[in-house]
Design a protein around this ligand. Structure first.
Ligand SMILES: Nc1ncnc2c1ncn2[C@@H]1O[C@H](COP(=O)(O)OP(=O)(O)O)[C@@H](O)[C@H]1O
Ligand SMILES: N[C@@H](CCC(=O)OP(=O)(O)O)C(=O)O
Length: 373
């Protein structure tokens, strides 16, 4: 039994289902398999767990109905039309199958902007809270029919992690076509072995995933699952990747027969959780070794410790803070726009006013607006 995600230990769980599991090669819903997943969900709800679902599959389903080529992904217009047609069918199937267990489904479609903007993030959070308290099962997807390339999540792995943070969930399950993270892509390297537990997402873990997707139907790949794990873990939720090929995948997960668990790190709260999961980062401030030490002990980032800036950002935008080797160590809201930040890098506080011509702010990035990565 995976105790961390049991109804007793995890009050709220997000379950994400990839396109390749929901839709077969001909573009039809794998209804029999989905019924077994819904039965698992119903059992957990009966045991007191609140469950929200992030469901992919709209584009694949719509493409079949519209007879579009390349699974509806030939261009943005096709994908948007396919999503609009497929989403109705997808939501209908979930509503039917949950209804068989006396459960009510609710549809929520969100874009990246909905969760990047703090006010809208809180709105989504409040809606999730209310739905779950009403014992309704939210079925969430990206609003693909209006999302453009620039504002797209593009994959539902990171969306699931962001929803997990917004819903204050303790666990996120990614049901995938692969039964966990392997030392290398198992479809290309037959000697790759599965890793059972990841407690730190470091460069070695990132390198295992490479880039891109291999299932053909979805758009995430392992790299987006690891990014999702980072977001979920920093929001205090464990994330597990398990295979969804067989029936009753959540029951199988409980028996511990497959999967990779990414273990939650120290829980950040409220605004900092939102900040850690922000996906739109406008720039980077490179800092020296002294600043890295100061930040580690909880200090704000002062201009004196900054070496150079990169990117085009305005005051209040999210920027990464990178150490001498270029690795991002923290993320925060910049107190200055990029031009002013560049002018004051390396300066002691008492020299800043003369350069800027206005009273300096207390820091480049204040510790209250900063999260460590
Ligand atoms: N290190 C790795 N471990 C496991 N799978 C990997 C790894 N690197 C790349 N992959 C690929 O990622 C795929 C899973 O991502 P994806 O196809 O997007 O899944 P889904 O559609 O279920 O979300 C696997 O089928 C595998 O080919
Ligand atoms: N939002 C899209 C799915 C995005 C996507 O492909 O995700 P996934 O299959 O989980 O890699 C859809 O409903 O078709």
């Amino acid at each position: 039994m995976n105790h961390a995600l049991s109804p007793a230990a995890c009050r709220r769980l997000i379950v994400k289902v990839g396109s390749s599991l929901l839709v077969d090669a001909s573009g039809a819903v794998r209804r029999e398999w989905l019924a077994t997943l819904v039965a698992d969900i119903a059992r957990r709800i009966a045991a007191g767990q609140q469950v929200a679902v992030v469901s992919s599959g709209a584009i694949a389903l719509g493409a079949r109905r519209l007879k579009l080529t390349k699974g509806g992904r030939a261009n943005l217009e096709d994908a948007q039309a396919a999503a609009a047609v497929g989403q109705i069918a997808l939501a209908g199937v979930w509503a039917d199958l949950l209804g068989d267990h006396g459960l009510t489904a609710a549809q929520m479609l969100v874009t990246l902007d909905d969760l990047e903007d703090r006010r809208r993030y809180l709105n989504a959070s409040a809606t999730l809270e209310r739905l779950l308290s009403l014992k309704v099962v939210p079925i969430i997807n990206e609003n693909d029919s209006v999302a453009t390339h620039e504002i797209k999540f593009g994959d539902n792995d990171r969306l699931a992690a962001r929803i997990g943070a917004a819903a204050n969930a303790q666990g996120v399950v990614l049901l995938s076509d692969v039964d966990g993270l392997y030392t290398a892509d198992p479809t290309r390297d037959t000697t790759a072995t599965r890793i059972e537990r990841v407690t730190r997402i470091d460069a070695k873990v990132l390198a295992m995933a490479g880039t891109g997707t291999s299932s053909g139907m979805g758009s995430g790949g392992m790299a987006s699952k690891i990014e999702a794990a980072r977001i979920a873990n920093s929001a205090g939720a464990d994330l597990i990747i398990i295979s969804g090929h067989e029936s009753h995948p959540l029951t199988r997960m409980d028996s511990g027969e497959n999967g990779t668990v990414f273990v939650a790190s120290a829980r950040t709260k409220g605004r900092k959780t939102w900040l850690a999961g922000r996906l739109t980062v406008r720039g980077t401030i490179h800092v020296d070794a002294g600043a890295v030490r100061a930040l580690a002990s909880g200090a704000s980032l002062l201009a004196a410790g900054a070496k150079r800036t990169e990117g085009s950002f305005s005051r209040g935008d999210v920027v990464d803070i990178a150490g001498p080797d270029g690795t991002p160590i923290a993320r925060g809201l910049s107190e200055y726009d990029a031009a002013d930040a560049a002018r004051i890098t390396g300066l002691k506080s008492d020299a800043i006013a003369a350069v800027l011509g206005y009273a300096p702010r207390s820091a480049l990035i204040h510790r209250d607006h900063m999260v460590h990565l």
